[in-house]
Ligand binder design. Sequence first.
Ligand SMILES: Cc1ncc(COP(=O)(O)O)c(C=O)c1O
Length: 471
Amino acid sequence: MSDFPYADRFPVNRVLPERGRPRHEIIAELAQMAHEEDQAWEGGKVSGTMYCGDHEHYAFLTEAFAEFAHVNALQRDLCPSQTKFEGEIIAMVLDLMHADAITDTTPAGLVTSGGTGSILHAMLAYREYAARHRGIAPAAGRVPNVVKPETAHPAFDKACHLFGIENRTVPVDPGTTLVDPAVVAAVIDDDTIAVVASAGNYPYGTIDPITDLGALALDRGVGLHVDGCLGGFILPFGEELGYGIPPFDFRVPGVTSISADTHKYGYAFKGSSVVVFRDKALRNSQYFHQVGWSGGKYMSPGMDGSRSGGLLAATWASMVHLGREGYRRYAADIFATAAAMMDIVRGHDELRIMGNPSFCFSFTSDAFDIYHVADFMKPRGWRFNGQQYPNAIHMAVTRPQTQPGLVEAFATDLADAVAHAREQQAQGRFAHSAALYGGAIGGLTSDIEAVIEMIMDGMLDTQQSLPPAVS
Ligand SMILES: Cc1ncc(COP(=O)(O)O)c(C=O)c1O
């Protein structure tokens, strides 16, 4: 698809229009774009991103959103509903993460704008807490550090960058894709504020050895953040369904905070996530207040100021509508589909699954560049997410993949793709795809400069993201 498929069909707004357009015309334009774009994933061949994929569910969330779309959750005196939604969302996530196992501290949480938001808030909390209680602060000549397995999400790198935390990234075992606690132990020192683990990680969907890391964190007196952004809303149900999910939540001694994305397997709208803390004191350490401002005493629970009441309402609505039974039912379909797809991958000698994943799996090949497989499957509608070092492709199985016929289509298309990859490799041809986070795998140049230019300049810079002007 071109970057500007609408340039010839709809007005391009290079300036704020002097005269507004009728509502019905705008809605028709939006509907046209949305319906065309939905077709890309509705067939079930797109990894991750559309976690629910059920238009009736989206319509229900839209109704919930609409009731509070105009509300600013910051203005609590006007909207006690938001206190109810936020408090209950946090309570439900604490319940899911087994905060009932916590006996000596008061657990607490925050609703944030997404996985990155939850991770940023957690890292800020560790930094502030360590400065206050352990004297780890640049002013005292000490730079806080966080130890992170290489597979943990770049949001942790971003947090280190933003908050002046030293990032101690350690390698993972290439076979299991998991971090070795001994490797983590070797880099923890007096200025370590937290260790990070994933359940599961984005590249491979695998779960770090959290019980051992918890014991290590307790022994060394540091925090342990478990990134459950991807797995937080599905692994608990995988455990209930008997999929042998290793413990990763507050039942594990030493786990001090967990991020879990409502906007992924929580099936809520994009823009919401939750981070929960074993100890309210850790959560509170990142609070900011300014009581001397002429505009009044200022305080907010996290980094944002005004927040959408609509999103809180829709997130809450998703959770109380589905309930444990609904989440378990969806998880059963997703785990079964992922297992069937992994069996198909295992049926090919040239393909190798990375580690021991469950609902999100990645595979590579020692016989050919796996991106030949991605190249071949892209025109058949498949959109994998790509990994690098080594090249691999992953499928985060979501509800759209559970529709009838999809697993069979995967079997057919993968078999053809493997034959194609074998042939391409034999002829010494290079694959076109490259691993680009958040972008389509397939059809991308592997020229990194060109990719960066395309993403940063072409898509994020709003001026350049306009279609070229016709002279
Ligand atoms: C394991 C993990 N952590 C964090 C994130 C970041 O989440 P977000 O894109 O909502 O900021 C993701 C996103 O896919 C993820 O998979």
